[in-house]
Write a protein that binds this ligand. Sequence first.
Ligand SMILES: Cc1cc2nc3c(=O)[nH]c(=O)nc-3n(C[C@H](O)[C@H](O)[C@H](O)COP(=O)(O)OP(=O)(O)OC[C@H]3O[C@@H](n4cnc5c(N)ncnc54)[C@H](O)[C@@H]3O)c2cc1C
Length: 376
Amino acid sequence: MAMKVAVVGGGPAGLFAAIELRRRGISVELWERGAIGDNIVCGECILDFYGIMPRPAEGLLFPVGQMVVKVINRHVRPVAKYGRLWMIDRRAWQRWLAGRARQLGAVIYEHRPVDRPGLAELCRRCDWVIDASGAPSVSSGLLGFAGLYRRAFSVAWQCEIEGDFSAWQRSIYIRYLPGADRPFRTGYFWLFPREAGRALAGAGFPVGPSGRTLPLKQLLQQFLAGENIGPVRVLRSGGGFLPAARLERLVWDNVLLAGDAAGITSPLSGEGIDLAASSGAMAAQAVSSGDALDYPRRLGEFLAFKTHFERRLIEFIQSSDDQVLDDFFAGIMATGGIFKTIRNLGRIRGLLPLFWQWLNYRPADNPLAGWERDDA
Ligand SMILES: Cc1cc2nc3c(=O)[nH]c(=O)nc-3n(C[C@H](O)[C@H](O)[C@H](O)COP(=O)(O)OP(=O)(O)OC[C@H]3O[C@@H](n4cnc5c(N)ncnc54)[C@H](O)[C@@H]3O)c2cc1C
């Protein structure tokens, strides 16, 4: 009998899974609790440092032209030539992906939340279920592993604001939390202008084992007030939870976890769109090739270098004071002249070879390698 797969969730992980399944001729139904693309809380920047993603066919606002990072001083780095950072309109992109999945023959049900009995029914009726419902996932409720998402996670709060961002066009701005204690040192504010009059501004930080947090909304207000961007009007705001430790178990009976449901947002940047898309496609490839049990190993290998690199960088950031961190960014963003760069990078000798590897790294087993622009 022909294989049948159900996908829960119409975010990047679920949509990439559905398209990949249809590209392989597998029958697929996708269940989304709302309308595809609605209620997204996200900076909407694809940080595709490893060149994994196909360029968005729809919803691409612009490739990011420059990155600005501040600890004490502002460091500006042109990044357009790398072509790997994209500001997107996720709603438009996801709706386009859903259209593409439908065109390929996927059946998509919107406004149809899957509850625990519903998931049990999908597990009975389908050969495989790809749970891409975010974190905590629907299956964690049914199977009782929701607590695993709290092993390592970040929290974030974001506002869409109206104001004058004409000076920031095609830039993204990252501001590290000044003077933060060790557990929060990798936390940061962001300002991602989308057009001259509108931007997404947010704040996020990791929550350690103690569960201690910071007043996110208040910090975000202080950040905006301190950046001299003039009066802003908040159009909407919302927050979220970013699970940053890949779950040890990713296959539960005939359920595979992908995207945030697998716990794979970056513990360093919080980025997860690229990881959701690639893990969704990889889960689809695993079930369609009869290799579902190999999916965790393959995903682990795919993420191994990134995980190692980010862990080392996090250790470095947590153990550095503001001045060392500022010098470090001056170094890697080459904003202080060649001698300053060499001196600053010399301070982090252990990281230098890793940085070099990172600059040149491309994962060998990219699940999106065969994807054409038409698919994404
Ligand atoms: C404030 C904030 C800013 C962020 N900014 C960025 C950024 O700039 N760049 C980046 O790369 N990442 C960013 N992220 C992370 C990124 O949003 C996620 O990693 C990414 O959305 C994960 O995709 P996903 O498909 O796994 O899950 P989601 O995008 O969460 O999609 C899950 C889908 O499942 C649906 N669903 C949930 N429950 C059910 C159910 N019971 N039945 C049916 N459907 C269900 C939901 O409605 C949703 O559509 C940010 C996160 C936050 C919180």
